[in-house]
Design a protein around this ligand. Structure first.
Ligand code: GLA
Length: 404
């Protein structure tokens, strides 16, 4: 059953080997002969619950997926950084001594950011050739950006024969994304990509940084990702606006109770009593975050008990709250949610990652995945004229070196 819709491990590794060969070839063709080439991978991630809770010091439930970025890498000895993306057939060349964000460099700002942060820890490479290939849909809210940061960092550390603790690596990539690249994000993506493990969801408290693995029953249900193929232009500006709105809402609750340092600290009672004094928009943002944290805790408990129907119900409730209160949806995602909800065997669906376009993630009974794929694709096409990419994904392991 599983093989009919998800890539199995053998297929996956044969495909990975081919990608490595193509990358090594491209690297030598472009950048000439040099040191031996080594290979690395880092996965994308999917969030099962916890929409915009991470930068509010709240809770998340997420997993790494079996779509990834593979990198071929080798040291240089002239202080240069040469990067190549096989997907885009695009090359960026620079110098490791003057790493600066440059909008013209696009995707290459991520490897640059990871190397910039490593250099701050005195982990400086003598030069690097890096060629990458990804199978994570770009702009789909599945964290191809965190995967690119993490695969670069993993390659650099291995080539230097150095190591950092998991949390050092998570924080390093988080700084690279928020400070160097400039998106004021939380820690969801970097944490999940670095800590990923097969068939296991990760339940994280973003304040205490305590986390627990929660087994995901891959023999009973699958995670299906539907890419709406639209949107995301709003992410940069709207995301920063949400971060600022949450800060404003915190100031309000803090005036009444000094212990409130983030929306994470606001109780549902305080929300009911003090929320209505806030401007409508801030009340909505606060209500989403406060209730979403409860839903994440309930979702983790349901998954731990193996109650997938309950998990699905919570995902649907999360969708409604993120659409109505946090307002991260767009008409195409609303449409997809409505279509998905009508397919028997779909337990729940929500918006992946930041929102404003990109992907939906659905929890679907294994036997219903084929029907889901056909129905949702046909109806979405009929109603919007767009063909959505629909991919079933397994929860998979974290970054690693691929042995040659
Ligand atoms: C993006 C950010 C994450 C998180 C999600 C929304 O993926 O990078 O830190 O805030 O949006 O939950």
């Amino acid at each position: 059953m599983l093989e009919s819709w998800a890539m199995n491990a053998e297929q996956n590794s044969a495909e990975t080997r081919q990608r490595c060969e193509r990358l090594a070839q491209a690297l030598v063709e472009r950048f000439g002969p040099g040191e031996p080439v080594r290979f690395f991978r880092a996965p994308g991630r999917v969030d099962l619950m916890g929409s915009h809770t991470d930068y509010n010091q709240g809770l998340i439930l997420a997993g790494a997926v079996d779509r990834d970025i593979v990198a071929a890498a080798r040291l240089r000895h002239d202080g240069k950084l040469f990067c190549y993306s096989l997907n885009l057939d695009q090359e960026v060349r620079g110098s490791l001594s003057s790493l600066k964000r440059d909008p013209a460099d696009g995707w290459a700002n991520y490897p640059k950011g990871a190397l910039f942060e490593l250099a701050k820890l005195d982990l400086t490479l003598p030069g690097l050739d890096l060629a990458v290939h990804g199978t994570i849909p770009v702009g789909g809210n599945l964290s191809s950006s965190a995967a690119l940061l993490v695969v670069t960092m993993t390659a650099a550390l291995k080539l230097l024969n150095q190591s950092l603790s998991a949390w050092e690596r998570i924080h390093l990539c988080h700084r690279a994304e928020s400070d160097f690249v400039g998106l004021p994000c939380g820690i969801l993506d970097q944490f999940t990509v670095v800590m990923g493990r097969p068939e296991t969801a990760l339940y994280l408290d973003c304040r205490s940084l305590e986390w627990q693995p929660v087994p995901f029953p891959a023999d009973r249900a699958g995670l299906v990702i539907t890419n709406s193929g639209v949107g995301r232009e709003l992410v940069a500006s709207e995301y920063a606006t949400r971060v600022a709105e949450c800060k404003k809402a915190v100031e309000h609750f803090h005036r009444y109770r000094a212990q409130v340092q983030s929306l994470r600290d606001v109780t549902e009672e305080e929300l009911t009593a003090l929320g209505p004094m806030l401007p409508e928009v801030l009340l909505r943002r606060a209500r989403h975050v406060v209730t979403e944290n409860r839903r994440v805790a309930e979702a983790a408990a349901a998954l731990r008990r193996g109650e997938l129907e309950e998990l699905g119900r919570i995902m649907d409730a999360g969708f409604v709250s993120s659409r109505d209160d946090y307002q991260i949806s767009i008409p195409e995602l609303d449409r997809l949610h409505a279509l998905m909800s009508q397919v028997p065997g779909v337990l729940g669906s929500r918006i992946a990652g930041a929102g404003w376009g990109g992907c939906m993630v659905s929890l679907v009974r294994l036997e219903a995945i084929d029907l889901f794929t056909k129905k949702v694709a046909a109806q979405y096409r009929e109603q919007t004229g767009r063909s959505p990419a629909i991919l079933a994904m397994n929860i998979s392991g974290g970054p690693e070196e691929i042995s040659g």
